[in-house]
Design a protein around this ligand. Sequence first.
Ligand SMILES: [Zn+2]
Length: 364
Amino acid sequence: MTKNDHPMKDGLETGCLNGECVQIPDGRELYLYGPWSGSPSWPHLTEPKQKNTAHSRWHPLRQEWVTYAAARQNRTYKPPANSCPLCPHAPGGELPLDAFTIAVFENRFPSFQIQNEFAPDLSSHDLQTKPAKGRCEVVVYCSAHEGNLSSIPQENRELLLKVWGARRQALLTHDEISFVMPFENRGEDAGVTLHHPHGQIYSFEELPPIPARMADSFAKGYSLHNQISKCPEQTVIDTPTASAFVPPFARFPYECWLLPKAFHPAPDHMSEQEIGDMALLLQRMVKLYDTFFKRTCPYVMIVYMAPKGMEDVFPFHIQFYPFLRSTDRLKYLAGCEQGAGSFLVDVLPENAASDLRNAGESLS
Ligand SMILES: [Zn+2]
């Protein structure tokens, strides 16, 4: 199969939610969004993917599911740049293409799978188990090995927002999936094992504990938009249709959230201008963190979109948790956070907002 300058309208814009789908011989699917070229073949991936033995066990004290995916221990760990599995044409890699814009594929070492009936019977141990149903996908932001959300082209960031929305819509058609959560871990301090610019999309059968609590608040009438309109001093970066702000109840010292000014359950409901402004915020937020901390800022970025059936109340927004308190001090989750679930923060959110705003002025 060879494609050159494949027009994007054949993917997202004609309603083909999966982008252009290419079958990997091991049974997984590769979705290509935006122009791409090459004749993909995977001679090293002809074996059907291994049967999943991932499963979940109920933690009776925390009252939440814990998922065990032993196969993940053998996944690729910090490969050198010349054998990065996300680079086009890398030997033994995932993406044997000449070039691509954005690529999405199912993780070779998934924690969750849609077709997964494996659940060991541990009733004699008084343990409740269930199959780890869901899906784990990798989203590669660009062909180039070097870069980050701030340095990739604006058109890739805009497309990435559309891909998140399109994957949510496609994945929610499965009965086994009720919640789709893209995220990015950045930096070795945040546990990153591959440096090629990429993120992930995890899909869950049931709402996990944190989104479930969020959904409960939104269902009871809490409005993030109302909250932010009452705290204008928290704004860090403003655009005509979206803004970045430090939530006045931030749990991390320089935590920031990005929110479209109009309510949308997911990016596929947004206009081109709104997509453009959110993409710009992503670029400026990451650059601002690196400028402010004078180093590559490790962070976790979570993309929250409405769970299935909550499209009227749960707003699409993005949360950044930077893992730094200052240039040379990492923010750890320590005893109080881990043991009590109670966060201690040594920077007031209003001071964090003004610090970040001041640092941002030097950028513009
Ligand atoms: Zn790479």
